[in-house]
Ligand binder design. Sequence first.
Ligand SMILES: Nc1ncnc2c1ncn2[C@@H]1O[C@H](COP(=O)(O)OP(=O)(O)OP(=O)(O)O)[C@@H](O)[C@H]1O
Ligand SMILES: [Mg+2]
Length: 361
Amino acid sequence: MAKTIVELKNVSKSYGETTILKHINLELEEGKFYTLLGPSGCGKTTILRTIAGFTDATTGEIRFDGQKINDVPANKRKVNTVFQDYALFPHMSVFDNVAFGLAIHKLDKAEIKQRVQAALTLVQLEGYTNRGIAELSGGQQQRVAIARAIVMKPRVLLLDEPLSALDAKLRRAMQVELRNLQQRLGITFLFVTHDQEEALAMSDDIFVMNNGEILQSGSPVDIYDEPVNHFVADFIGESNILPGHMIKDYEVEFGGQKFTCSDAGMKPNEPVEVVLRPEDLTITTPENGKLVVTIETQLFRGDYYEIVGYDDDHHEWLIHSIHSPKDGERVGLTFDPDDIHVMRYGEKEAEFEARLDAYED
Ligand SMILES: Nc1ncnc2c1ncn2[C@@H]1O[C@H](COP(=O)(O)OP(=O)(O)OP(=O)(O)O)[C@@H](O)[C@H]1O
Ligand SMILES: [Mg+2]
C-alpha cells in the first residue's frame, strides 16, 4: 500500500451560522492523481484552501505525513497551489515568474536557473524564458502557472479548476499533459473540476461532493458503475433513474415488472431507485424486449444516436444506440441483470460499502 500523505479528519468549516464543509474525511496517498468533483459552491476550493493553509478549519484535523498541521502557516507546508486565474505577475517575464518562489528562499543564481529551466522543460516552454506574460496564449500562461508551482518541488500539488479558461480542444490536450506530468513527477495531485468527464478521464480516485459533503469516493469505474445515490448517479454520466421495489435479494421490481439483479441486502419490498445507463440498453423488437418504449426524439451524436422514449407508465428512457429507430416507433429494450444498479434512499457511503462487502462472494 502506498503511504498516506494528506489526511482530513472530520473537518468542518463554518462562516457564522453557515456551514460550508460538513465532516470531511479524506485521505491522499503518495503519487496518485485525485479529483474533487462537484457543482459550483459545494466547497471544493475551500477544501484546497484548508490543505494549503489559506483557510482555517472550524473543527477537525488536517494531517501531513501523519502530523497535525492545522497551526502550520501556508508557507511552511510542502504543498503548492495552481489557482484558477493563474495569479501570474503580468509585468514579469516567464523566467522571473517561475523563479519567484526560489528567489524568495534565497537560493543561489545557478541553482535557480537550473531548476527554472527544468520546470519549463517539463511543461514544454523551453524557449519562452524571456517572454512577457501578456505575450502568451491562455494555454501557455496555464503552463507557466504549473511550472511556477512544480519548481518548488511540492509533495502535493493542488490544482483549482486549472483548465476552465481553455477552449475544448486545448483543454483535452492539457488533460493528457497534466496526467503525464503527474506520472513523471510521481507526486500527489489534488485536482478540482466540476466537469465529470474530465474527472473520469484523469483520476486514480474521485471525491464526489455536494453541499459541503463528500458523498462518495473511489475509482472512476467504481463510481460510474456503482453510484451510492441519486445525486452521484445523475451527476456522473447519463442515467435512467426509476423508482422501484426490492422484492427480495437479487430481485427488483420497476416499470411494473420483476427483474433479476445483482444487488442484495435491502429489506423485503423496500422502496429503491434503479439505475440503468443509456449505453447498457439494447433496442430490439417489442416482443423480445424486457420493456417497451415509444420513441420520441433522437439526436445524432457522431458515434451514436441519443434516443429518448417513453414507457407505458410515462417514464422517460434515454438510450444510446448505433441504430436509429423512427420517431413514434414502438421498440423493445433489453439489458443484462448486471446492468441494473439498485440504490437505497438515504444510504450513506459507509453503509453502502458495508452492504456490498457483506454480499460479495
Ligand atoms: N470567506 C467566505 N465567507 C463566507 N462564505 C464563503 C467564503 N468563502 C466561500 N464561501 C461560501 O462557501 C461555499 C463554498 O465555496 P467554494 O469556493 O469552496 O465552492 P466551490 O466548490 O469551489 O465552487 P466553484 O465551483 O464555484 O468554484 C459557497 O457557498 C461560498 O459562497
Ligand atoms: Mg472553486
